[in-house]
Design a protein around this ligand. Structure first.
Ligand code: HEC
Length: 217
């Protein structure tokens, strides 16, 4: 009897822990305050709102991970949690989310053909000194995608900065090489275009316009 109770305790405990984790991933940013009734049905307006929240959540993830685990530990933390965070935020908003780049660290973030076209276009515009802004397209099936530039900030240098300048410490470098032997996502300077966010809106998304309840998790 006692054994059975302990077993139930473990199962309930584990289920609870999982729920807690999920909650933590979403509440890491202020997205819980995001008012879905603000959905406008305009890809540019909604896309920009979502990007603003998602990039805030990622910056918080990096900052918190560095504070808690140091930069080396934060590499592990981000390697293990970046996709979950992207997934849970995507579910939350009812969109597909992607982070990609011309020079990637994680092979799973590899750009597809459309991503590549946008990345090249943004890089060229950037080189011409044009201020980079999000760009969107709608497809004939009613779905659509919004892309937004990801710029390098000072705090990103410790993991994506210029190697020769000593931005990336030796122990951080070793950890990155261990996790990602093919990594080419370094030698970036502050303000440089690091990559793009992709927000994919399925056709059903637009039916939610004006909805006040939360999209399903
Ligand atoms: C603690 C180290 C660390 C810091 C700080 C850091 N990153 Fe990363 N970054 C990583 C790791 C590890 C990955 C691969 C994780 C993944 O997405 O699977 C990654 C992946 C990325 C990607 C996805 C494309 C790719 O190369 O795989 C982008 C874009 C990116 N980082 C941008 C940034 C930006 C912008 C900042 C600053 C706001 C930043 N990173 C700060 C470690 C870091």
């Amino acid at each position: 009897m006692k054994k059975a109770l302990i077993a139930i305790g473990i199962i309930v405990g584990t289920a609870y822990a999982c729920q807690q984790n999920q909650k933590e991933a979403v509440s890491r940013s202020e997205v819980k305050h995001f008012d879905v009734s603000k959905y406008t049905g305009n890809i540019n307006v909604d896309g920009r709102m979502i990007i603003a929240e998602v990039s805030k959540a990622f910056e918080e993830m990096y900052t918190e991970a560095i504070e808690k685990h140091g930069t080396v530990g934060a590499v592990d933390y981000c390697a293990e949690n970046a996709f979950d965070l992207l997934d849970s935020l995507g579910h939350y908003y009812g969109v597909g989310l992607k982070r990609t780049s011309l020079r990637i660290r994680n092979p799973e973030n590899k750009p597809d053909t459309l991503d590549l076209a946008v990345l090249n276009n943004m890089r060229n515009l950037g080189e011409e000194g044009v201020e980079l802004t999000p760009m969107s397209m709608k497809f004939s099936g009613g779905d659509g995608i919004l892309y937004a530039p990801i710029k390098m900030q000072p705090m990103c240098l410790q993991c994506h900065g210029i190697k020769m300048r000593g931005d990336i410490k030796d122990d951080v470098w070793a950890k990155i090489r261990e996790r990602y032997p093919e990594d080419v996502a370094y030698d970036y300077n502050t303000n440089e275009l690091r990559g793009i966010w992709g927000v994919y809106f399925p056709a059903e998304y637009w039916a939610r316009k004006g909805r006040v309840d939360m999209p399903e998790m």
